[in-house]
Design a protein around this ligand. Structure first.
Ligand code: XMP
Length: 587
């Protein structure tokens, strides 16, 4: 039994930052098992750890109620790395000083290293780093020296070699910090003395044993989405318990992509899952969403409908008696932006954490075989299980489906022309800055220049997203925002547009060059054409940050022509916004 439990060598102390799990993931990529715990966890928990990392977070150390760490951790002799808020907190809880900077520092910065230290061994003296902060360390604690600075941040890294405590204001865990991996490697191996102990695929027998332990003599029922996570989780359960004890259903919510249901049927047939049914619930979902515009309400309704349909399915089968539990494909990051870690600001609620499912969890009737794995680790497991690469490499697709890509508007409203020739359209979308959520109108520009778009958004506080015009069926002056919500017609329009984009993107090999490619329907139209389509191809490593991608012109033109021919489409736009300040999805 004991080999089921792997003791983390590194603990990540979560202070509510968006990147908390990313830190753990990066440490695991180094082959070292790491886990995330609340920052306030008692020091005794770390007595066997090789090191702790305090995450970044949205708080300010001087605010009442902001996250702290057990004071004993600081004197425990365990090596420590504070990142962003983590550095500030470490400095503050020792005897250093922290204060609010004159202006925030968000995005890329240039780091200059000031002194030799094991943390920066073999790291270039000048490098690009990723910053996202307002407060800074103003005076380091006793025994600490200043290790690096940027133009706007005089104390960008501190360290105390004798206590092996270090802090960095920037984020070594994000891909934009070019030497970030090296810095984490230095901390984990040279400073903490960790050894490699982590290989996801080798955990398969352990996970199967865990499934058997949780299930006991109960069977497992699954709702699968056709995504990588739920399919890998299902496959693990099939292997652990055998096909007779693992049943599954797929709910067609009417918010699916074209031909998705047939695709899922094919996958499960090939897995030999004999007890698998498809539940048609399009009307249920569309009715419930009728008239709803606010993104979080949409998510809540979709999540609750899932639970309701699920309960209906459970009631119609043998599944309600105590012999059945619910299996889920939840992975670590599913919990991250929904406040699943202790203190993260709510940016978007993910559907599988709504009340109904939490109730089942409280009753201990849930098994989540992948809850401690990251996406790439799940793919690695999937490969080991023999699932086809074409399936494992599919772009991530959000649980609420096209429902969060079909935007509505409360009322008819004009588009406002600005003095510089750009327009503001009161179609609101979600954004993220620092660690907080924004919900603002969109700026429309008549070019597709990413650099200029980024400048425009920095200059205009009213918006959090910029789109460029790709093609118009009527002049922009005749377009306006049209009151609408999710309707079968609009869903068909979106599904059709999405299928066109996907087909052309796959044909051109562009699909493999982007991490995700949402196609979004927005209620901007005129002259009997009620909607516009937005192309949102992005690069990302993990969805936490993302860059809008430039598309080859011929492909873009092909998409433009095909989309402008879709009935009801007035215009085609290109989303030029990076994350931050926009999120990947519009809602
Ligand atoms: P955002 O839009 O927050 O997206 O930048 C980051 C990643 O998360 C996906 N996403 C979701 N996935 N349920 C999901 O299962 C959701 O409600 C949800 N919202 C966003 C998004 O597609 C992207 O990959």
């Amino acid at each position: 039994m004991n080999d089921l439990v792997l003791e983390p060598q590194i603990y990540i102390l979560d202070t509510g930052g968006q990147y908390t799990h990313l830190i753990a993931r990066k440490v695991r990529e180094l082959g070292v098992y790491a886990e995330v715990v609340s920052s306030e966890t008692e020091a005794t928990r770390f007595s066997k750890a090789k090191g702790v990392i305090i995450s970044g977070g949205p708080s300010s150390v001087y605010e009442k109620g902001s996250p702290y760490v057990d004071q004993a951790v600081l004197g425990q002799g365990v090596p420590m790395l504070g990142i962003c808020y983590g550095q500030q907190l470490m400095a503050f809880q020792l005897d250093g000083q922290v204060r609010q900077g004159n202006k925030g520092e968000y995005g890329l910065a240039h780091l200059a290293i000031d002194g030799a230290s094991p943390l920066f061994r073999d790291v270039a003296n000048h490098q690009q780093v990723w910053m996202s902060h307002r407060d800074t360390v103003f005076a380091p604690p006793t025994g600490f020296s200043i290790l690096a600075h940027t133009d706007t941040c005089a104390i960008a890294a501190i360290g105390n070699e004798s206590t092996r405590q270090y802090g960095v204001q920037f984020h070594p865990e994000v891909v934009h910090t070019t030497e970030g991996r090296k810095i984490l490697r230095n901390f984990v191996f040279a400073i903490c003395g960790c050894t490699e102990d982590w290989q996801p695929a080798s955990r398969i027998p352990v996970v199967e044993q865990q499934i058997r332990d949780v299930a006991g003599d109960r069977n497992i029922f699954f709702f699968v989405s056709g995504g990588v996570d739920s399919t890998v989780a299902y496959t693990l359960c099939l292997r652990a318990l055998g096909e007779a004890r693992v049943h599954g259903a797929y709910v067609d919510t009417g918010l699916m992509r074209e031909d998705e249901t047939e695709f899922v049927r094919g996958i499960f047939d090939s897995l030999g899952a004999r007890h698998f049914r498809i539940e048609l619930a399009q009307e249920d979902f569309l009715e419930a969403l009728d008239g709803v515009v606010e993104p979080e309400r949409k998510r809540k309704i979709i999540g609750e409908k899932f639970v309701e349909i699920q309960e209906g399915v459970l009631e119609s089968g043998p599944y309600l008696d105590g012999h059945w539990i619910l299996g889920q494909g939840t992975i670590y990051p599913d919990t991250i932006e929904s406040g699943g870690t202790a203190k993260a600001d709510l940016i978007k609620t993910h559907h599988n954490r709504v009340a109904g499912i939490q109730k089942l969890m409280a009753e201990n009737r849930i098994v989540e075989p992948l809850a401690s794995f990251y996406k790439d680790e799940v793919r690695e497991i999937g490969r080991e299980l023999g699932l086809p690469a074409a399936f494992l490499d599919r772009h991530p697709f959000p649980g609420p489906g096209l429902g969060i890509r079909c935007l509505g508007a409360e009322r008819d409203e004009p588009i406002e022309l600005l003095a510089d020739g750009s327009w503001i359209a009161p179609v609101h979308s979600v954004g993220v800055q620092g660690d907080s959520r924004s919900y603002r109108p969109v700026l429309i520009v008549d070019h597709l220049d990413h650099a200029r778009a980024t400048e425009a958004i920095n200059a205009n506080q009213r918006v959090n997203r910029v789109i460029g015009i790709v093609g118009l069926n009527l002049p922009l002056e005749r377009l306006s925002v049209i009151a609408s919500s999710i309707t079968p017609d609009r869903m068909d329009r979106l599904r059709r547009s999405d299928a066109i984009v996907r087909r052309l993107s796959l044909q051109a090999g562009f699909d493999a060059q982007v991490w995700q490619f949402p196609v979004v329907l927005i209620p901007i139209g005129g002259d009997g054409l009620p909607d516009s389509v937005v192309l949102r191809p992005i690069h990302s490593v993990d969805g936490m940050t993302a860059q809008s991608v430039v598309m080859p012109e011929t492909l873009r033109n092909g998409m433009r022509d095909a989309l402008l021919a879709v009935p009801g489409v007035a215009a085609v736009f290109y989303d030029l916004t990076h994350k931050p300040p926009g999120t990947i999805e519009w809602e």
